[in-house]
Design a protein around this ligand. Structure first.
Ligand SMILES: C[S@@+](CC[C@H](N)C(=O)[O-])C[C@H]1O[C@@H](n2cnc3c(N)ncnc32)[C@H](O)[C@@H]1O
Length: 225
């Protein structure tokens, strides 16, 4: 099913450049939770091993999922935007060990019978989906002990719950609007615990030294036994 969100995210895909071909360490794939290059924690957050299964909700042009696939993790990436997925396929045409699906994250989770060792989202569908709907089905799709982790911008102080997010279009057009969900780290902790996640952590990763921009909110929880 296509809705106005697909077009909005296709617009975003048009303006967003591809990820760099190598990072500062010369690696061709890497995992980045933040909006800054070469910054913040890496793939260890997910506690994955070769042969595990992971799900990327809102995988975009596929940089993080590609990295997991090169580590021997089987990964499914889901994204609303056909354009984003086309960029992923163009960049990694021969990638083994991943499947890319166009569609809505919530629908995918409701339909899948796969159990994942980790489900993650980097500035992706967990930010743009009502957590009261998403977190229960995400929990069900994790194996006991499996990790749920997602990153997004921290909230603007005082602006909590469902917020409008604007995606610029042409100079003569209003921006596209999508909905996102923002909470302080303490509130995310309570929300995840309420939905049965254990070992929950939520905190803001500070931006790179010297930056006057915002940090990155990283939320993580585990499906209990
Ligand atoms: C800001 S981009 C981030 C992409 C990628 N995770 C990254 O780190 O570059 C947000 C992505 O989430 C996708 N997205 C937003 N809502 C979604 C939903 N409900 N289901 C699937 N994908 C969604 C968009 O199409 C877009 O590609």
């Amino acid at each position: 099913m296509t809705d106005s969100r697909n077009a909005a995210w296709d617009t975003y895909a048009r303006t967003k450049p591809q990820r760099r071909t190598t990072n500062s360490r010369g690696e061709t794939t890497w995992f980045n939770w933040t909006q800054y290059p070469d910054h913040g924690p890496g793939v260890d957050v997910l506690r994955l091993r070769p042969g595990d299964r992971a799900l990327d909700l809102g995988c975009g042009s596929g940089g993080n999922a590609a990295h997991l696939a090169t580590l021997g993790v089987w990964v499914a990436g889901v994204d609303l935007s056909a354009r984003q997925l086309a960029k992923a396929r163009e960049r990694w045409p021969d990638m083994d060990g991943w499947e890319l699906h166009q569609g809505d994250a919530l629908t995918y989770l409701r339909d899948t019978s796969t159990t994942f060792d980790a489900v993650y989202s980097v500035f992706g569908a967990t930010w743009f989906t009502d957590p009261e709907l998403l977190l229960p089905v995400l929990h069900t799709s994790l194996r006991p002990g499996g990790v749920c982790a997602f990153s997004q911008r921290p909230p603007v102080e005082g602006c909590y719950g469902c917020q409008a997010s604007y995606i610029p279009r042409g100079p003569d057009e209003d921006p596209a609007v999508v909905r996102r969900w923002d909470f302080e780290p303490e509130e995310w902790t309570l929300i995840l615990r309420d939905h049965g996640y254990v070992d929950v952590s939520a905190s803001v990763i500070t931006p790179p030294a010297g930056s006057r921009r915002t940090g990155t909110l990283l939320v993580r929880g585990v499906r209990g036994a």
